[in-house]
Every structure is written in structure tokens, then in C-alpha cells.
Design a protein around this ligand. Structure first.
Ligand code: NAD
Length: 264
């Protein structure tokens, strides 16, 4: 295989089904010759993830709940046993209680704040700690963010605050791991209809708004996020770290709504 990722091995965390952004990246990476290990959160999702993983020839398919340290350790122990080293890591994991992804941010509870931060932000650092030890010849780590980290998006609330912290942690991780030639970047994806997104209040309105007001005049697909992921995973981006790369039809550059956009 002479693909962009030939000879590279990595782990992809956060596939829930074939609409997951993590799956968009996984399928593109497999096309380019990568060998991929997968994790799934809980038995219910195993039924979806296992066949997808097997369809691209993967045989390392492990449970992992990032709120449980022992389950993270078990994943990396298995990777060490099977492969010895890894070249890349995709973190596509986020969670907040649905009841707080609507209404006002100011009403966020301490419990949900801590849980959302832990799962959606800290887990990337927790995983990076383990992955660092296996990236003995350098590597590439990618997490997924959203524009709600930068600007206020209705209903995104505590998740926006968690994504802002996640984007800051990308930069701190990039600095810490740079001397080992481990690059750490984030893809800030435009809105895409996924399981996680369905928990966000009025998500259809957000999608429509982005479609009508982005420079490209449409939404992005998981395949497009996957293609941009290839660049960040591969040696094509060997000089790039600490970056927040927008794959959002250009929406983030707009200062106002498009003057030709109809009212919605
Ligand atoms: P998804 O529902 O397919 O994936 C979310 C994943 O998070 C699931 O696989 C779920 O199992 C996992 N997860 C949640 N809690 C977990 C835990 N405690 N332990 C382990 N895994 C856990 O949805 P998605 O939209 O593909 O989300 C992937 C990433 O992309 C998330 O970080 C999300 O915030 C981000 N993102 C999504 C969009 C969008 O519009 N869909 C836009 C930008 C960024």
C-alpha cells in the first residue's frame, strides 16, 4: 500500500455509528493504508462499532469509558502489547446533560459543568498522557472542536465553555509534546447531524443558519472532516502543531449573516 498513512497505526476513540465524525476520519484513514484500533463506550455501542471496525480490517476493538481511568489504562496496555508503539490518536468524544444544552448557560449546574469538562475536555489530556508513552517515534493527536468555543452559539452553553478549554489544552499539549515530535491539533467542524448533535437544542436551526451563511453555502460532511484529518494525521502536516483547523465551509470567517441569505 502506498497510501498517505501506509505503515501508520493509531487509535480512534468516539465512533458511535456510521454517522460519527470519528467514523468519517477512520474510513478515510483506512483507505490511505492506516491500521486502526477502535474504542466504544459501553455494550450498546459495541454492536454498532464492531461491524464498522471489522469492515476496514480492524481487529482491536476495545471498551473505554473515559470517566474510568482503569478502562483508559486497559486500552493503552492492550495497544502496547499488540503494537508496541502508535503513530496517531483521534479523540472525538464529548458529553453534556441534554437538559443543559438548551436555555441559558447561566443556569449550568456544578455537577454537569464538572462532568462535561471531564468528558469533553480533560479526557483528551488523560488519553494524551497514555499515548505519549507509545508515540516513541513521534506522532499526531487530533481532537474535535466546534465554533461554540469561540463565539456564543444558542443552546451550546457549557459545551462551548468545555470546547474553549479543549482548544486551550490543544495548545498546551502541543508545546509539551513538541520536543518528542508529537503534534497536537484540533479540527473545528461545522455542524453535522450526529447522535451527539441531536442533544443540542434547536440543532436544525444551527445547521440551516450555517448552510445559508457560510461562504460555501452548504454544510460539511464527515467525509470532508475525514479528508482534512488525513492531512493532520499524515506527514503532509509535519510542520503543523497547536492548530485549530476549521472545516466548516468557512463559516467562522463571517462577521455578519450573508446579505443574500433568506430569512429562516
Ligand atoms: P457521536 O455521537 O457520533 O460521537 C460522540 C462520541 O462520544 C460517542 O461515540 C460517545 O460514545 C462518545 N462518548 C461520550 N461520552 C463518553 C465517555 N464517557 N467515554 C467514552 N466515550 C464517550 O457525535 P459526533 O458529532 O461525531 O461527535 C464527535 C466529536 O465531534 C465530539 O467531540 C463533538 O463535540 C465534536 N463535534 C461535533 C460536531 C457536530 O455538529 N456533530 C461539530 C463540531 C465538533
Amino acid at each position: 500500500n502506498n497510501g498517505l498513512l501506509a505503515g501508520k497505526r493509531g487509535i480512534i476513540m468516539g465512533v458511535a455509528n456510521n454517522r460519527s465524525i470519528a467514523w468519517g476520519i477512520a474510513s478515510k484513514a483506512a483507505e490511505q493504508g492506516a491500521e486502526i484500533a477502535f474504542t466504544y463506550q459501553g455494550e450498546a455501542l459495541e454492536k454498532r462499532v464492531r461491524p464498522l471496525a471489522e469492515s476496514i480490517g480492524s481487529d482491536i476493538i476495545l471498551p473505554c469509558d473515559v470517566t474510568n481511568d482503569a478502562s483508559i489504562d486497559a486500552v493503552f496496555a492492550e495497544l502496547e502489547k499488540r503494537w508496541g508503539k502508535i503513530d496517531f490518536l483521534i479523540h472525538a468524544i464529548a458529553y453534556s446533560d441534554k437538559s443543559e444544552l438548551t436555555g441559558r448557560y447561566v443556569d449550568t449546574t456544578a455537577d454537569n459543568f464538572a462532568r462535561s469538562m471531564n468528558i469533553s475536555c480533560y479526557s483528551f489530556t488523560a488519553i494524551a498522557q497514555r499515548a505519549e508513552k507509545l508515540m516513541t517515534e513521534g506522532g499526531s493527536m487530533i481532537t474535535l472542536s466546534y465554533y461554540g468555543a469561540e463565539k456564543v452559539i444558542p443552546h451550546y452553553n457549557v459545551m462551548g465553555v468545555a470546547k474553549a478549554a479543549l482548544e486551550a489544552s490543544v495548545k498546551y499539549l502541543a508545546r509539551d509534546l513538541g520536543p518528542k515530535n508529537i503534534r497536537v491539533n484540533s479540527i473545528s467542524a461545522g455542524p453535522i447531524k450526529t447522535l451527539a448533535a441531536s442533544g443540542i437544542g434547536d440543532f436544525r436551526y444551527i445547521m440551516k443558519w450555517n448552510e445559508l451563511n457560510s461562504p460555501l453555502g452548504r454544510n460539511v460532511t464527515i467525509e470532508e472532516v475525514g479528508n482534512s484529518g488525513l492531512y493532520l494525521l499524515s506527514d503532509l502536516s509535519s510542520g503543523v502543531t497547536g492548530e485549530i483547523h476549521h472545516v466548516d465551509s468557512g463559516y467562522n470567517i463571517m462577521g455578519m449573516k450573508r446579505e443574500d441569505a433568506p430569512d429562516i
